[in-house]
Design a protein around this ligand. Sequence first.
Ligand code: GAL
Length: 637
Amino acid sequence: MRLPARLSHPLRTALCTVLSTALAATAAAQGPTTTCLADLDLALIRQGWGSPQKDRAVTGRPLAIAGAGFARGIGTHGKARIWLALHGAAQRFRATVGVDDGATDPARASITFTVFGDGRRLFDSGVLRRGDPGKAIDVDVTGIQHLLLLAGDAGDGNDSDHADWAEATIVHIGPAPRVVAAPDEPAELLTPPPPLAPRIHGPALTGCRPGHPFLYRIPTTGERPIAFAAEQLPASIALDATNGILRGTVPPAGTYRVTLRARNPHGEDQRTLRIVAGDQIALTPPMGWNHWYAHYDRITDELMRHAADTMVASGMADVGYQYVNIDDCWMNAAKHRDERRVGPLRDGNGDILPNAYFPDMPALTAYIHARGLKAGIYTSPGPTTCGGFAGTWQHEAADAARFAAWGFDFLKYDWCSYGSVAQKERATHREPYRVMGRLLQQQPRDIVFNLCQYGMGDVWEWGAEVGGHCWRTAGDLGFELDRIFEVALANARHREWSKPGAYNDPDYVQIGWIGEARTNGEPRPCGLTPNEQYSFMSLWCLMAAPLFYSGDLRQLDPFTHNVLCNPEVIAIDQDELCQSARVVELGEDRFAMVKDLVDGGQAVGVFNRGEFPAQVEVVWAKLGLAGPMVVRDLWRQ
Ligand code: GAL
């Protein structure tokens, strides 16, 4: 129909009404739509193992519950979490749930299926085991915005928990449901911007060994240029007053109390730094950046230099991030998809050779040191590293000396392939670390020693004895990012072993842009919600964990920066008692962490690991506190 150009307003309205009424009548005539969940984009489903499968069990086999086969549905693995945005347009959710017949260990295969609509429990299957017939779900979801489907582990861990959502459908009128990571949460920037006047941050002390090179960039926020000064500085150390970098040689054993000052037109700050020259280094948890979860086997000298530059330019170094660490894949491999990483593993003298992407290691560490930062490197005690590159097996002394000569200040010592050359008994868990720990102590520079053997042989009990400063307490967190609370709570169990120079390491802070661990993927925004990212950082700081950001520094967005760079939160991590917080249970899905601080105060974190907002009441007595207290919110300062 052609409408005349000068149609009057009321008529136009009337015509529109007629048209839209006609459209609505057509939709109603078509009736509600039934959408199979298996037809949605499943990428944002989180689960404990493997990936969600369309019309298949998690193993890839046809869906089958107690002998009954199903053509359609989703195969997941506990603990699985499926968030669906229903837009208030759905009417019913239907499915048959159960443990898949392919679950490997029948004794451990037990799952609870629950369904929540906007926080209200709509369905609870109770515990279902392998062989139990599927349970039918048919619930009213009218008006609901977000539906949550959970497959829990029934309290016995998630082994063999192959969770089927067979024939799962949503009946809806209007927009189709969508799988989302979680209901939208605002990415609120809690950390206030630093004031323009200088503020000196960082721990109150630094440990170093007499006669070794000394390097310390005074972590200071505020508008640059800032004029620095240092009083009672040992004669062997000099300050660059323009950038606040202290450099020189560690003086004879003793404690040197240095007064640091920082001034700009907006104001002045001062602080005492204790330089503790003696046997111990890493007197507070090491902090920095590690390449692994951003660049995997794509790491280059150029990316490392860029990381060092960004740590300074972004202000990360101003709040204490210090080490710039290369992980695996800097050496040559016998075989690799990238030809430039293939080549001779060692030279004629048996010295390890970097690959073509690392043309000059001393130049790289010099570049990092010139910015007042420190450099870290990685190897494995086996013949090859986890990535299949040249390892250190039978070249321990040469490699330790080489890393020191190149100018590295930190070594991460993995485990991969060592099992193939050693017997699997407790002594061997320890042996390669004892050997390397002693060798590192013989080098003419301070090298922080990071054990990466996933907690084998109760490493927390002996890590410090073999010269380690921190030790991973579990496998790679990159594979378990949906379980940060569980991983943190498991790490916190070893709290009694945390002390100055000795830290439990729950792995890197993986927020912002990171690459997927299973595929060594290119960086993309991590799946954690804003609140989960705050929790991540709070947990790590309360546990005195080594604080290494392992995300893409080329894409350091304001939210990630604000989570990483709150000096008052970092100060909890860097507190010189180095205590890992004790955990106080506060009922289902809620807990607190409480940590004593050197100034007599306590740091307290209150956590809700549930899926919905919760009201949490904490009384002082429960936290071991008494009397009136002054409380400060460290995130908002
Ligand atoms: C793993 C280690 C990771 C990373 C990787 C390199 O064993 O836990 O953090 O270093 O090896 O291949």
